[in-house]
Design a protein around this ligand. Structure first.
Ligand code: F3S
Length: 666
């Protein structure tokens, strides 16, 4: 356990003077009166009472003897009344309070309204009010100011023990309603010094003990200051009130005391603490000055580490090991859109901060995280850039030639050409979206960062393509999407790479144009016929996924059966007749008619639909012999049909051709 005693703990100059004057008169033969308790400390008052001092609130009860006026002072009427009595007056009013009496009396006489900032029922305030005939406005909060109407001229004084914060807050509300405002800062420097010191001490310790009378205004104020910075703050009047269970052996204990706490009570408290710790008081008690020697020294621009003590949306308080804590305002932290200080700074967190001002005028150290954050972010980005790491960045706006994205708060330009693998029509479609980015240009000195999303997308597509290549197997059936159709075949996307179905592999039958079989964007199953990764070529087959028409041709077209077919090709030795897509039979010129025919074209033309008799079928050789003349059973060719539609569905009625057209002599 370590005990740190505040330098200004205990009796102030004014209180010491008043208490001493009572003790000095104890041997007097006269009765000693104090007007009210000499100080707000029951132990001291009780000790004096035991020594014969009478505490008297009412002047009517005093007729003779010695009357000691306490440091709080009294009003002018009370003075006059005392003077009219047969009593000895010992005026122990604190000189600082006396000065306030003079200011008030003078200005009241000059016609100023008097405003006292302080607690209405505090004896010091009551005494001050007694120097302007009890006519002062007494304001203890900003709300009290709101009850006032316009004042022409006013003189403001403050109770000696209030805080400057309170004084300034009330003054800022007063200024608009008072035309001529004369302000006297009468806060006792001893008080503000004690309060500031207490505040700093409370920030650094585990436990704060505030010693003083429970009815002491300045002790209460010290307690409330400490409570803001040290959760384990306890107000005690004497050592008896210390709760042993709340103190651990490793704790740092801060001790302060109100202005009316005598040294012997403070000593008792320290002794009690030592008893608790079973250690020697001297070894463990250090003065505030000694404690400060252990603190770090600071200079502007210095980077230091600290631990966050508290944080709200406006500021964070950081213990940096200095005698005063540091403040990081929200402006000094790099926040992304919609982020608050509380989102990125947490209580208990150790952070690095830059000292931007050692003293802001109120004893606070001003700190900044901005440059450190930016430096860190730039370092991270630099490392990521060198390692080729992918970043995420929200696109915040479109600009000429590209968009702006934020990578960890750093403004990053993404050129339009680097946004996608495809042409980007409208850049605004990216705004508000998260982009996947790789840094392609970094210039920290000029704060310039350029990134690309396209690189990532291209790499992914390439990886996907490689995976498709690696998985290709000849003869395997795969699914693809028709990407484009040309005269010689169809290109099919099979997962980032294209394969070609040659026109000859589209159908078992005759195909004039690939678009007769497939259409764009159609999903198709294809067979991988062959591929050459080095040349980037893949041959696909579509017809190979369909039934082989010659497979059961001998069953479908038995010898002797009469079949219908369409003339698809004419040669010098006969005509090829398609019975179904992929199955053509040959009608030899000798099998066209019993009549002599010089040229096949004299009897048939491409597109004619004819009946023929199957003479022979050899499926394994893809050969089938047909005879028109045997199908008719006579010497004449009967009227046939003609189909000039390329589909395999013959339109018999429409395509009829008269015998006379072929043989005009008939
Ligand atoms: Fe006087 Fe200041 Fe003490 S006004 S009584 S010295 S707190």
């Amino acid at each position: 356990m370590q005990i740190i005693l505040a330098t200004n703990a205990g009796f102030c100059f004014g209180v010491k003077r008043a208490v001493q004057s009572v003790y000095e008169h104890l041997n007097s033969s006269k009765t000693i009166y104090t007007l009210g308790p000499i100080i707000h400390n029951p132990q001291v008052v009780s000790d004096l009472e035991q020594k014969g001092v009478i505490v008297e609130e009412c002047l009517d009860n005093i007729e003779d003897g010695t009357v000691i006026i306490r440091s709080h002072g009294i009003g002018k009427l009370a003075y006059d009344e005392l003077r009219n009595k047969e009593v000895e007056i010992i005026d122990a009013t604190c000189p600082f309070v006396k000065r306030i009496h003079q200011i008030v009396e003078e200005h009241y006489t000059e016609g100023y309204d008097i405003i006292i900032i302080g607690e209405r029922e505090h004896p010091e305030v009551k005494g001050i009010n007694g120097w302007c005939n009890g006519a002062a406005y007494i304001l203890n909060s900003c709300d009290d100011v709101d009850k006032l109407s316009h004042i022409d001229k006013a003189c403001v004084v403050a109770q000696t023990t209030i805080t400057h914060e309170k004084l300034n807050n009330i003054l800022s509300r007063l200024k608009p309603i008072v035309s001529d405002l004369k302000v006297f800062d009468t806060i006792c420097h001893t008080t503000s010094k004690r309060q500031n010191e207490t505040k700093e001490l409370a920030k650094k310790v585990d436990i704060m003990l505030v010693i003083g009378g429970h009815n002491s205004s300045n002790t209460k104020k010290l307690y409330s200051i400490c409570k803001n910075y040290c959760k384990k703050t306890f107000a005690i009047e004497t050592a008896k009130e210390i709760n042993n269970k709340l103190i651990r052996s490793g704790d740092i204990i801060g001790i302060t005391a109100g202005a009316s706490t005598p040294d012997w009570i403070i000593k008792e408290v320290i002794d009690k603490m030592d008893q608790i710790n079973n250690q020697n008081s001297q070894e463990n008690t250090v003065s505030m000055e000694d404690f400060e020697k252990t603190m770090v020294s600071l200079r502007n621009g210095q980077i230091v580490k600290g631990v966050v003590l508290s944080v709200n949306t406006q500021e964070a308080i950081v213990n940096i090991g200095y005698k005063a804590d540091g403040i990081i305002s929200a402006d000094e932290v790099f926040l992304e859109q919609n982020q608050t200080l509380e989102d990125i700074i947490k209580v208990g967190q150790e952070i690095e901060v830059e000292v931007i001002k050692i003293n802001d005028g109120e004893g606070n150290v001003l700190l900044s995280c901005k440059s450190i954050q930016q430096q860190k972010v730039w370092n991270d980005i630099q490392r990521g850039y060198e390692a080729g790491v992918e970043f995420r960045g929200k696109c915040t706006q479109s600009v000429k030639g590209g968009v702006i994205a934020s990578i960890n708060g750093i403004r990053t330009f993404v050129p339009a050409s680097q946004l996608s693998t495809k042409y980007v029509e409208d850049l605004n479609t990216f705004v508000g979206k998260e982009l996947r980015l790789k840094i392609i240009e970094l210039d920290k000195r000029r704060n310039r960062l350029v990134a690309s999303q396209r690189i990532i997308l291209e790499a992914e597509e390439e990886a996907k393509r490689q995976s498709v290549w690696d998985s290709l197997k000849e003869g395997e059936k795969i699914t693809g999407t028709v990407k484009s159709i040309t005269d010689f075949g169809v290109f099919v996307d099979i997962g980032g790479i294209d394969g070609l179905i040659h026109i000859s592999d589209l159908s078992w039958g005759h195909v004039k144009h690939p678009s007769e079989v497939l259409s764009e964007n159609q999903q198709v199953e294809v067979i991988v016929l062959s591929f050459d990764k080095a040349k980037g070529r893949i041959s696909l087959g579509y017809k190979q996924t369909l039934p082989q028409p010659w497979g059961n041709a001998d069953n479908k077209y038995p010898v002797g059966s009469i079949v219908e077919g369409k003339v698809v090709r004419i040669t010098s030795f006969g005509a090829f007749v398609e019975l179904e897509p992929g199955v053509d039979g040959l009608v030899h010129i000798s099998q066209i008619s019993n009549k002599r025919i010089n040229k096949v074209e004299d009897a048939l033309k491409v597109g004619d639909v004819i009946d023929a008799k199957v003479l022979d079928v050899k499926p394994e050789d893809h050969k089938l012999s047909l005879s028109i003349k045997e199908a008719k059973g006579d010497n004449n060719i009967q009227p046939s049909k003609h189909d000039d539609n390329s589909s395999s569905k013959y339109k018999k009625e429409e395509m009829k051709v008269s015998l006379g057209e072929f043989f005009p002599e008939h």
